[in-house]
Design a protein around this ligand. Structure first.
Ligand code: HEC
Length: 197
């Protein structure tokens, strides 16, 4: 059964009858970052569950997989400034088709959607030799939330900066503080053990 609900304050669609075991390609090439349940990792890897990006055309989703995409980008209202590596060299057309079909069926809005091997092969041929990753400027097709953000960036750069900078940097600030605290504890323990000798 397909259920649409609110998780973590967001709208999430999910077909709970599909499991990651159905797609060895998703498990091998996607789940380490986007997680088996598609929830991603806060600040680092965006969620697929509930993502407007899954409503983009087959070709756009395939392009992102083959050549990678470079942030910043907005997913479910949160900024991500990371990189999804290119998979053109590591995944076959069949594997890209299988992983993407699994993702759009399970977390997209159309449970009947299929992304075909032919579509992957055609997109691969169309962009053969491309070395650069995509980004929100070059991708050509973007979900509404990303376009809203880009419009805000045009009309009110200060507000737009608050969306990406303050939230993103506070995450990094906390990681930095965490590392410093750990180092200080390490130094303190080292000093104490040194005295004990
Ligand atoms: C090494 C980690 C990594 C792997 C592996 C990976 N991704 Fe991503 N993916 C990312 C990151 C990071 C972004 C967003 C880029 C950014 O931060 O700006 C992203 C973005 C996306 C997006 C658009 C945003 C969203 O969350 O809806 C889709 C769709 C996506 N990935 C699907 C996949 C699929 C399908 C696979 C497997 C074939 C895959 N990814 C493998 C890291 C990864």
């Amino acid at each position: 059964m397909r259920s649409i609900g609110v998780a973590d304050g967001r709208l999430v669609g999910e077909d709970e009858h599909m499991s990651v075991a159905e797609s060895p390609a998703y498990k091998q090439f996607c789940s380490s970052c986007h997680m088996p349940e598609g929830q991603g990792v806060p600040k680092l890897f965006p969620p697929l569950a509930g993502s407007q990006w899954l409503q983009l055309s087959d070709e756009t989703l395939i392009k992102m997989q083959l050549h990678g995409i470079n942030g910043p980008m907005i997913v479910n209202g949160e900024p991500y400034r990371n990189v999804m590596p290119a998979n053109a060299a590591t995944m076959s057309d069949e594997q890209v088709a299988e992983a993407l079909t699994y993702v759009v069926k399970k977390w997209g809005t159309d449970p009947a959607r299929e992304i075909s091997v032919d579509a992957v092969a055609a997109t691969r041929a169309k962009y053969a030799g491309r070395k650069e990753m995509w980004n929100v400027e070059t991708l050509g097709e973007l979900p509404p939330e990303q376009m809203e953000y880009l419009a805000l960036k045009q009309s009110n750069p200060t507000e737009a900066a608050k969306v990406t900078e303050s939230e993103g940097s506070s995450g990094f600030t906390w990681i930095l503080i965490g590392v410093i605290v750990l180092v200080l504890i390490g130094v303190a323990i080292g000093t104490l053990m040194g005295r004990g000798k």
